[in-house]
Design a binder for this molecule. Structure first.
Ligand code: PLP
Length: 410
């Protein structure tokens, strides 16, 4: 048995050396998986559906604690399938380490709690996911951590918002829902000079469209519920960065417990293999649909970073390899008629996620901000604003569906 074990390991190592992992598509398929020795030589990484792990004797416990034996003590600290997905993500993001969480919000909250403490101050850009904003403004003050929202249009004055107690800068890239693109290099020059940790929530871009750590960001974060999971069927969050910071974050994850289970880890691992080809289609389809929408008389305005009319088109061209699968647009009608338009569309589900094969539409002020309309207004989210998550349906079918729904507005 031992001998066979050794031979298998040798063969797998040889294969590994021959693989050229220079390109993102190959990394997505093989990173975190190909060089692993598997008991039954399965091509696919197995799911080890267990919460508990055993030791064969007391000596093994001692060896484990003293670093002579690898392994897992208890499932809240991680599981093998999750570790494979974490290694794949860190290779995709080109970071030293990655951690996976039970949701994007678990990733956000755990990371901030690990990196900021009482008396300290955080800066974050407006136009971010509603609950991320709520965490900064409504939850952190209870722990004695203050935050300031920096309007995206005023980022060139970031330094004027800094305080002596500022420790962290947080921004989405692109942002939600206006898909704004911050000038990452300029921001990072300031955060580095002032010793701030820079966290980029890159959920809308994925490592296919940008890898913020390559520009000097300390942490890249994702709601993996979106493109990384990619099928509207799982919850997960991701944090990637250097080992020193991630070790701190992991201590908090171990205690706060926002861990992913083995089966969901497997679904995420499998989805990551197809991330490059899925993002290619999301990017291409959304670009074509955004250009079409922009030429419709019924449409007031389209926000898509791949359009010349987007306020950050120049920055988007500079930083992004593709512009993502979400299109935000307003209609030249009021809220009630906008609802009628949404209800007339047959193809997209009326739903608030994004990043899967099925297209989704949401009237943002109604679906996400129904009980928070003042906040929506403050953020410029009007009743006629729609967010469309472009899926993999044939573009002609999507456009015909729009065409039919536009007729209802007449
Ligand atoms: N970050 C962004 C940009 C999001 O859009 C979301 C959710 O929509 C989150 C974080 C939170 O992620 P989750 O819903 O997986 O908790």
């Amino acid at each position: 048995m031992l001998e066979t074990d050794g031979i298998q390991h040798y063969i797998l190592n040889i294969q590994m050396e021959e693989i050229n992992m220079a390109n993102i598509e190959t990394i997505a398929i093989h990173a975190g998986e190909r060089n692993e020795k598997r008991q039954h030589r399965s091509v696919v990484t197995p799911i080890e559906q267990t919460a508990a792990y055993y030791f064969e004797n007391t000596q093994q416990i001692k060896d484990f604690y003293e670093g002579r034996l690898d392994g897992i003590k208890y499932g809240r600290y991680g599981c093998p399938t999750q570790h494979a997905a974490e290694r794949k993500i860190s290779d995709l993001e080109k970071t030293e380490r990655a951690l996976i969480f039970s949701s994007g919000m678990a990733a956000v909250t755990t990371t901030i709690l690990a990196l900021a403490e009482k008396g300290q101050h955080i800066l974050f850009t407006g136009d971010c996911y509603r609950n991320t904003g709520r965490f900064f403004t409504d939850f952190l003050p209870k722990l004695g951590i203050e935050s300031t929202e920096v309007p995206i249009g005023n980022l060139e004055n970031l330094e004027s918002y800094l305080r002596d107690e500022s420790v962290l800068f947080f921004s989405e890239l692109p942002t939600n829902p206006f898909l704004r693109v911050i000038d990452l290099e300029k921001i990072i020059a300031i955060t580095k000079e002032r010793g701030l940790i820079c966290i980029i929530d890159s959920t809308f871009a994925t490592p296919i469209n940008i890898r913020p750590v390559e520009y000097g960001a300390d942490i890249v974060l994702h709601s993996a519920t979106k493109y990384l999971g990619g099928h509207h069927d799982l919850f997960a969050g991701v944090v990637a960065g250097n080992s020193v910071i991630l070790d701190r974050v992991q201590q908090y994850r171990d205690v706060l417990g926002g861990i992913i289970d083995p089966h969901t880890s497997y679904l995420l691992l499998r989805s990551l293999q197809t991330l490059p080809i899925r993002m290619k289609v999301h990017n291409e389809n959304a670009q074509a649909i955004a250009e079409w929408l922009e030429n419709r008389k019924e449409v007031e305005r389209v926000w898509y970073p791949g359009l010349k009319s987007h306020p950050d088109y120049g920055l988007a061209k500079k930083y992004l390899n593709g512009f993502g699968g979400v299109i935000t647009f307003t209609l030249r009608v009021n809220e009630t008629k906008t609802s009628r338009f949404v209800d007339s569309l047959r193809l997209p589900y009326i739903s608030t996620n994004f990043g899967g094969p099925q297209s989704l539409i949401e009237q943002h002020a109604v679906l996400t901000f129904y009980k928070d309309r003042t906040n929506a207004e403050r953020r410029g989210i009007t009743g006629n604003l729609l967010r469309y998550s472009v899926g993999f349906e044939n573009i002609n079918d999507v456009l015909n569906d729009f065409e039919d729904a536009f007729r209802v507005l007449k």
